[in-house]
Design a protein around this ligand. Structure first.
Ligand code: EPZ
Length: 436
């Protein structure tokens, strides 16, 4: 079925305010973590229910209306959780959750479903799920996830694309060093180690703010975690976790996307409900482009009255370096700038999917391996383009806002995975965007 499209009439300066939603990459692991509540796990008695039903109830605020979030809620329901949501508040009751299988369909709907593995194993001690589909960004290996879980006593067999996992006796202490600071692997180890006896140390852990947000939720549920935000995380398993009320951190990538929209249209935007302290590396790139970037407590004001200048080198790195998720958006803005920029993508193998589509709009980008050379052009022109992944799709929307004429972006279901109604937010600050 041909998914809906966005029709964008470019060339209008954006001015006004946008309220930023809760972070996709935080609410997904937190929704998985709700599975751990309402369960007692001791070395002697093994796994049993907690006394009170309430222990299984979590209320999560600032859950954005994203297709990935709805997919995560479907997975929770398939595992036996009661899940309701009202606006941006989701209530999960995992008291009766006994499920240990994530269906093939659900796994393929959302690659990051792999983060349910640690939570399901932590709750019921076994899990069967299909290997997460590769995705647009290249093969998405999970070798670090599996290696760490094996070190934690989990038996894992893989056959015909199905992972069959059974928790064994967990070592009383495990010291795991990740060969690269994988966000997902760090999250899976945290989720599996939070419940049940044993001290787990993760070295070279991911330091992303979303990791700290997941730790924040788990600690509020009674977990014992320290070091979040640093490269060394220590998780002391506890016998019981109870549900809690928690508000998800702001989405720093959504915020950076709208900064890109302001920059390419020479506009001025006030972004509300953000956490500037998560965004120094993004803000500094926009400042280097010549934008005025003014962070306040929970707001960022960006002003781009002058034409955008090229940035000598943008290289993506694990946090606190420049985030790979912002790279396609910044590529779109630099496509219409004065001078030549070099972009180095160090995290994913195939994350220049926006480049050929931007070239259809008149951009001059040569992408080879992990390097893309962007020769800024004076003008971009509207054209029919296609989203091939979430952030490349967002990059095309940003480019279209700064292009002359009409752009038609198709495959926007990719964009809906990570942005709640992007056309509403952009129209509210003067863009001419219609979903058809
Ligand atoms: C998370 O993906 C985010 N997704 C991604 O955001 C983000 O780009 C990425 O972290 C990096 O910040 C969610 O949080 C749901 P990784 P994840 O494990 O966990 C390799 C978006 O647009 N690797 O840190 O999959 C991997 O192939 C998405 O919102 C292994 O080799 O990222 C990649 O090259 C896209 N083996 C690199 O590490 C492993 O076992 C970083 O992956 C795991 C990862």
């Amino acid at each position: 079925m041909e998914s809906s499209k966005l029709l964008i009439e470019g060339g209008r300066r954006l001015t006004g305010e946008i309220q930023i939603h809760g972070a996709k990459n935080s609410v997904l692991p937190i929704l998985a973590a709700t599975l751990l509540c309402g369960r007692t796990k001791t070395r002697e008695a093994g796994i049993s229910r907690t006394k009170t039903r309430e222990a299984g109830i979590s209320t999560i605020h600032r859950c954005a209306g994203l297709s990935d979030a709805f997919a995560a809620m479907r997975i929770l329901r398939s595992l036996g959780c009661d899940v309701t949501h009202e606006g941006s508040t989701v209530t999960v009751n995992s008291a009766n959750a006994e499920g240990d299988i994530v269906s093939d369909g659900l796994m393929h709907e959302m690659r990051s479903s792999i983060v349910f593995l640690g939570a399901i194993l932590g709750r019921v001690g076994r899990c069967r799920l299909s290997f997460p589909g590769g995705c647009e960004l290249g093969p998405r290996p999970i070798d670090l996830h599996l290696e760490a879980l094996r070190r934690l006593g989990v038996k894992i067999t893989e056959d015909h694309g199905i992972l069959d996992c059974t928790a064994g006796a967990r070592p009383l202490s495990a010291d795991i060093t990740l060969s690269l600071p994988s966000v997902g692997a760090t999250e899976n180890i945290m989720l599996y180690s939070a419940l049940g006896a044993g001290e787990t140390v993760i070295r070279n852990a991911a330091r992303e703010p979303e990791i700290s947000d997941l730790a924040g939720y788990l600690i509020k549920c009674g977990a014992e975690i320290s070091g979040q935000g640093t490269s060394t995380l220590v998780i002391n398993g506890v016998p019981e976790l109870h549900g809690c009320e928690y508000s998800v951190m702001p989405d720093r990538i959504e915020a950076a996307t709208y900064m890109g929209a302001a920059a390419i249209t020479n506009g001025e935007l006030m972004l509300r409900g953000v956490r500037p302290s998560d965004m120094y590396s993004c803000m500094s790139v926009f400042s280097e482009m010549g934008c005025g970037v003014y962070p306040y407590d929970d707001k960022i004001f960006i002003s781009a009255r002058k034409p955008i200048s090229a940035v000598r080198t943008v290289r993506t790195m694990p946090y606190p370096g420049f985030p790979t998720d912002c790279q396609p958006i910044v590529m779109a803005v630099l496509a219409k700038s004065r001078g030549t920029s070099v972009i180095v993508e160090n995290i994913f193998e195939n994350r220049f999917m926006a480049a050929p589509e931007l070239r259809r709009m008149g951009a001059n980008i040569k992408a080879e391996g992990k390097v893309a050379v962007v020769e800024g052009v004076k003008k971009l022109y509207g054209a029919p383009v296609r989203a091939y992944d979430l952030r490349a799709g967002a990059a095309l929307v940003v480019a279209a806002l700064g292009a002359e004429g009409q752009t038609q972006v198709s495959n926007i279901h990719y964009i809906d995975r990570g942005y709640e109604s992007i056309e509403t937010a952009l129209s509210s600050v003067g863009a001419n965007v219609k979903r058809v």
